[in-house]
Design a protein around this ligand. Sequence first.
Ligand code: 13P
Ligand code: ZN
Length: 268
Amino acid sequence: MNILDITPALKAEVQKVAEVAGYLWQNGWAERNGGNITVNITHLINDSVRALPAISQVMPIGTVLPHLKGCYFFCKGTGKRMRDLARRPMENGSIIRILDDCASYVIVADNPVMPTSELPSHLSVHNHLIGKGSPYTATVHTHPIELVAMSHNRAMLEKDVLTRLLWSMIPETKAFCPLGLGIIPYTLPGSIELADATLAQLDEYDVVLWEKHGVFAQGLDVMDAFDQIDVLSKSAKIYVASRSMGFEPEGMTDEQMAEMSRAFNLPK
Ligand code: 13P
Ligand code: ZN
């Protein structure tokens, strides 16, 4: 029997992942196997899942993550396509259990699909979130066209230059992505260095831009993480549309943005 059929709460969570995977593909952000999603599902695990035997070898994470002992995650499979995850999540992703050494994991359901190559970044962030008692459960990495294009411009990679630009394109961006966009200088995909850099920035921002690669977001659930990327991407599209109409967009003024912060009680 499919694991999701015996755990309805887990089924609902995995269906949300599938829905978001479809949005990533439809947005043109998920060429081939581009992007990955992981969700901490530990709170949804019942005794029948806990009793599942390993269906893989013990795999190293590559780092030690003390808060993840015994935790469960749904992970997109490495090399798997978002458009396939959208239709068949349990064939294109798997559920893993972190072992007691906090440095390795096994796959427990449904198929021995190896988790995403960006697992070090995802799990490092989950470890940090649990450690600080955060309610966030989901992390999403994807390749949004305009935001990645902007990361090829040196001036836009200066601290908070893009945050300010994107906030100023449309008022809602500041309201719904109130911490802005952190910047990570180019780092090898899938590396522990990328995981460490991402972790450091996510204390200050909910979404970070991996230079010349993509974005990484954290959120209450997978929809929340997606929404933040989506509002930033919308602003980036407005900027690009203005430039392709031949003008530099004016952007909201500092006073208009300060007014937004007061009205919406925003932290910055
Ligand atoms: P995976 O297929 O291993 O998830 O990798 C996709 C990706 O975007 C790497 O950065
Ligand atoms: Zn990527």
